[in-house]
Design a protein around this ligand. Structure first.
Ligand SMILES: [Zn+2]
Length: 375
């Protein structure tokens, strides 16, 4: 069923299903809330429901030709508008595609292909910083055209805060004169950047951060991973965003965690000349993003050790690490693990601030020794 492609957000699904059932559908919605929480995914699912030939209990069938064409983002009733590059010598009133070169067009097609496979994919085209006035003009034209298809016309403006002033003013005119059978859905994670006059004409629908449990379930159900431990680690690191969770599925977090635990053991047991070299080797091929991820994994592991130290073993996240964690806290029973966690968090902030990586990790290593070995 179509809502199946939207992770969590049960409250919003109910609101939209109810308005479908009662026929009280707004002519404009503003889906707002943090990045990666499913605003575009919900907009596509809602467009499907509004155009499905045989909806059942507030769900689209996912099999009729309408559903299938919307899934592949190729239904004439559904338009999906994103920031696009400005073509060479493009003038106001031109078709938004007319002056684009071949490369830009194929990038656009590819991005839409990926979006149709994964509604959580974020389309970000090169040199595309704003939603062009010509895209909005085009949508106004298409609203006014006689509809060949049954169902409702749905126009999704993704990243609506990226409209430039001209585009926003042009959209405002459309919002002021609603057309029957047309639904506009604006999605944004920065709704405070929209004109208040636009906001006041839309029904606001607020998306919340996803719960860890929902992210984990979503990952397992969609076969993004079938390793439960990997899904748990991702859900802890995704900060409520399924988009971020999907980005993390590409990395083997379990091995990355092992690498960090080995490094931790070495820092605690061996002489500085050895682990200093190991830190350099560890950093070797990694970018900042990667180092942050490793530090987050280490932090989750130390957090679990703290849980065990406080006799709260039910709360551990690294379920497969129960034995090594037990051994660790038996061996280092006097460790000040809260201080270690703060030190790792500080290190993460410094890595993100572009401070020299080796320096940050060496300082962290000395902090860890001090707080765990207590000397
Ligand atoms: Zn259908």
């Amino acid at each position: 069923m179509s809502w199946h492609s939207v992770i969590g957000q049960e409250r919003i699904k109910k609101i939209l299903q109810r308005s479908f059932a009662t026929g009280k559908i707004s002519h404009a919605y503003l889906f707002h809330g943090p990045e990666g929480t499913g605003k575009d995914a919900a907009a596509i699912a809602f467009a499907k429901l509004l155009n499905c030939e045989q909806p059942i209990d507030g769900n689209s069938c996912d099999t009729c030709s309408g559903c299938r064409r919307i899934s592949s983002l190729q239904h004439p009733n559904v338009q999906f508008i994103v920031p696009m590059p400005v073509g060479k010598n493009e003038k106001e009133g031109d078709d938004p595609f007319k002056n684009l070169d071949q490369e830009a067009i194929s990038e656009y097609r590819q991005a839409f292909g990926r979006k149709s496979e994964n509604p959580y994919y974020r389309i970000s085209l090169s040199k595309a910083n704003t939603i062009k006035i010509n895209s909005i003009r085009e949508l106004r034209k298409s609203i006014n055209l006689a509809r060949a298809e049954r169902g409702k016309k749905v126009i999704i403006i993704s990243g609506a805060d990226k409209m430039n002033d001209n585009a926003a003013n042009s959209l405002l005119k459309t919002l002021e004169e609603p057309t029957p059978n047309t639904v506009l859905i604006l999605t944004t994670s920065n709704h405070d950047k929209l004109l208040p006059t636009i906001i006041s004409r839309c029904q606001m629908v607020r998306f919340e951060l996803l719960r860890e449990e929902e992210i984990k379930k979503g990952l397992m159900e969609k076969n993004n991973t079938n390793e439960e431990q990997q899904a748990i680690l991702i859900s802890k690191m995704a900060n409520g965003s399924f988009q971020r969770a999907l980005e993390l599925t590409g990395t083997d977090l379990v091995s990355q965690r092992e690498e960090m635990i080995d490094l931790l053991r070495s820092i605690l047991a061996r002489s500085p000349s050895i682990w200093m070299k190991e830190i350099e080797d560890f950093l070797g091929p990694k970018d900042r993003y990667n180092v942050v991820r490793s530090l987050m994994l280490l932090n989750l592991w130390v957090r679990d050790a703290l849980m065990l130290q406080n006799e709260n073993g039910d709360a551990i996240i690294n379920l497969d690490q129960r034995k090594p964690l037990d051994k660790f806290i038996t061996h280092f029973h006097q460790a000040e693990l809260t201080s270690v966690i703060y030190a790792i968090e500080r290190a993460i902030a410094l890595v993100e601030k572009n401070i020299y990586l080796s320096l940050v990790l060496l300082n962290l290593a000395f902090d860890i020794r001090q707080f765990i070995l207590r000397r």
